[in-house]
Design a protein. Structure first.
Length: 263
C-alpha cells in the first residue's frame, strides 16, 4: 500500500478476525513478527505485520519526520478496514502512540484505533537522554557510507547497550543484516527524541491503552513503563513475566491482547 507521502509500505496479513497491527522496534522487519503473528492468529485475530519505512521491502521518502511514520501506520489501518488494534514494541510503541494521536486528530479519515498496546517503550522522561545531535550524526554516517558505524553508534548511544555487547553483535553473522537497516537508526533516534517525554496531547489520548513490561529488561524500560501508565489516564500497566530481556513472548502477549480485547 501507499502512505500519505507516496512511500510504498509492504504489509503482511494473515488470519481472520479483528486486525492487530504490529509495529516493530529497532532493526525489526515484518519477518521478525512471524511468531507473534502466529500467536495472534491462534487467539482469533488477523495479524498485520509491515516493514516500517527504510526497512525490508518498504520504501523511503525524504524528508523524514516522526509524523510520516504515524501516517504509515494510519494507512495500514485504513488498508485493513479502517479499524484495528495497535501493538507496538520498543521504538514501535512510540510510533504506535504517535499513530493513535494522528488518527484521533483526523476523525474525518474514518480510521479508528480500538486499543493500544505499548510494549516496553524506551521513554526516558528527561533522565539520561541520548545526545540531542544523535540523529544528525547517524545520518552523516549513513551518508558517508559508514552503515556499520551508524549501527554501533545507535546501539551505544541511542539504546545504551554496553560496549562488550555491541562488539559481540558486530562480530556476529547478524551484523551484516543490521547494516542494511542503518537508515532506520536515524528514524528511530528521531522518534525517540520526539516522544521520550510524551507531550500532554499524547498522554491525554482517550484510546484504551495497555502498557506492557517484561522481566529482566533494561532499567530504563523497567522505569518507563510504570511512569507512562501513571501519566496516561487511559492506560493500565500489565507485567508479562514470560517476556524477558526486551523480547516479546508471543503466546503470553497474544493472550493478554485477547483477554483485554476479545477477538
Amino acid at each position: 500500500m501507499t502512505s500519505a507521502d507516496g512511500t510504498a509500505i509492504t504489509v503482511h496479513r494473515s488470519g481472520r478476525g479483528t486486525p492487530v497491527v504490529i509495529v516493530g522496534g529497532a532493526f525489526s522487519t515484518a519477518a521478525d513478527a512471524s511468531a507473534l503473528s502466529e500467536a495472534l492468529i491462534a487467539q482469533g485475530f488477523e495479524a498485520v505485520a509491515f516493514d516500517r519505512r527504510a526497512r525490508g521491502d518498504s520504501g523511503d521518502t525524504k524528508p523524514y519526520a516522526p509524523e510520516r511514520e504515524a501516517e504509515d501506520v494510519a494507512a495500514v489501518v485504513e488498508a485493513v478496514g479502517g479499524s484495528a488494534i495497535l501493538l507496538g514494541h520498543s521504538s514501535g510503541a512510540m510510533v504506535a502512540l504517535l499513530a493513535a494521536a494522528h488518527t484521533a486528530n483526523r476523525p474525518e479519515a474514518g480510521t479508528a484505533i480500538v486499543h493500544l498496546f505499548l510494549s516496553e517503550p524506551p521513554m526516558r522522561f528527561g533522565q539520561d537522554e541520548p545526545p540531542a545531535d544523535l540523529p544528525e550524526r547517524l545520518q552523516a554516517l549513513v551518508d558517508e557510507g559508514r552503515a556499520g558505524d551508524a549501527v554501533t553508534t545507535f546501539q551505544l548511544e541511542g539504546v545504551g547497550l554496553p560496549p562488550h555487547m555491541v562488539e559481540g553483535i558486530k562480530a556476529s553473522p547478524l551484523f551484516e543484516h543490521l547494516t542494511t537497516l542503518a537508515q532506520s537508526t536515524v528514524y528511530d533516534a528521531t522518534v525517540a527524541a520526539a516522544t521520550s517525554t510524551p507531550s500532554e496531547a499524547l498522554l491525554s489520548l482517550g484510546v484504551p491503552t495497555t502498557v506492557l513490561v517484561g522481566a529482566e529488561t533494561m532499567p530504563v524500560l523497567e522505569r518507563a513503563a510504570p511512569m507512562l501508565a501513571e501519566r496516561m489516564p487511559s492506560a493500565t500497566l500489565v507485567r508479562v513475566p514470560e517476556s524477558r530481556n526486551h523480547a516479546i513472548d508471543p503466546p503470553a502477549t497474544a493472550a493478554i491482547v485477547a483477554e483485554r480485547v476479545p477477538a
